[in-house]
Design a protein around this ligand. Structure first.
Ligand code: DGL
Length: 264
């Protein structure tokens, strides 16, 4: 199984931020990526629909012989991870546990802000996972639905984005936060903007990097890591358009190669 590819899926192309982090840490691994661009966004859909879509995404990746699956999508992790683990017999990891562990890695961290899609915030998955690991935390969770389209529009420095950040973040920053958990595939692209926007003492936690670290540990523990070679990335999208190809390049920070159309 060591030489089998990893499967990574997301509602769209945002999950390529996780692919980027995985490639940096595990350059020998082949990756099959599925972006469900025909049905994006997941962030505003019901838990039942997300569970159904996520199961279809997993079946597609299994048909490509993957050895383990990463749910790069925060919303899909929030609603579907336990159900997927019950239904499918291979290691499946999501972005929530790694993000939570990275947030709590600093023992001084007590006041935590979380921004994410509506679905992720409403699921309370991050809030529960944090509270289970440390008592006495003060958590400010806020859905930030405008950030995904603003990032996709490449309006990272735009006044509209600054206005949205004021609306979403000023209340929690006003109360005081030690860390801000970026609980959405798209937000790593906003890190430079957020670093300039937030007070210097607020630590930014990006779940893409920590998820890749988690995956590396899991592959190692289960003797599933590919030992040598140069990994290949194959991207499949359920809807292909020029726009998605351009977005894929931005999220991956390099040309994505040939993108294939996936039929689920
Ligand atoms: N991938 C989603 C997430 O991380 C954001 C985009 C969407 O709503 O589908 O929650």
């Amino acid at each position: 199984m060591r030489d089998a590819p990893l499967g990574i899926f997301d509602s769209g192309v945002g999950g390529l931020t996780v692919v980027r982090a995985v490639q940096r840490l595990l350059p020998a691994e082949d990756i099959v990526y599925l972006g469900d661009t025909a049905r994006v966004p997941y962030g505003s859909k019901s838990p039942e629909t997300i569970r159904q879509f996520a199961a279809e995404d997993v079946r597609f990746l299994l048909s490509h012989g993957v050895k383990a699956i990463v749910i790069a999508c925060n919303t899909a992790t929030a609603h579907a991870l336990p159900a997927l683990r019950e239904s499918f017999n291979l290691p499946i990891i999501g972005v929530i546990q790694p993000g939570v562990e990275a947030t709590l890695a600093d023992p001084e961290t007590e006041r935590i802000g979380i921004i994410a899609t509506r679905g992720t915030i409403r699921s309370h998955a991050y809030q529960h996972a944090l509270a289970q690991r440390r008592t006495g935390l003060i958590i400010h969770a806020r859905s930030a639905p405008l950030l995904v389209p603003l990032i996709e529009e490449d309006w990272l420095e735009h006044p509209a984005t600054e206005a949205a950040l004021h609306t979403y973040l000023d209340p929690m920053v006003g109360k005081g936060i030690d860390a801000l958990l970026l609980a959405c595939t798209h937000y790593p692209l906003l890190v430079p903007t957020l670093e300039a926007f937030l007070p210097g003492e607020v630590r930014l936690v990006d779940s893409a990097t920590t998820c890749a670290e988690h995956l590396a540990r899991l592959l190692d523990e289960r003797s599933l890591a590919r030992e040598s070679g140069e990994g290949e990335l194959r991207i499949h999208l359920t809807d292909l358009s020029e726009e998605f190809e351009q977005l894929a390049q931005r999220f991956l920070a390099r040309p994505p190669g040939r993108i294939r159309r996936a039929v689920l």
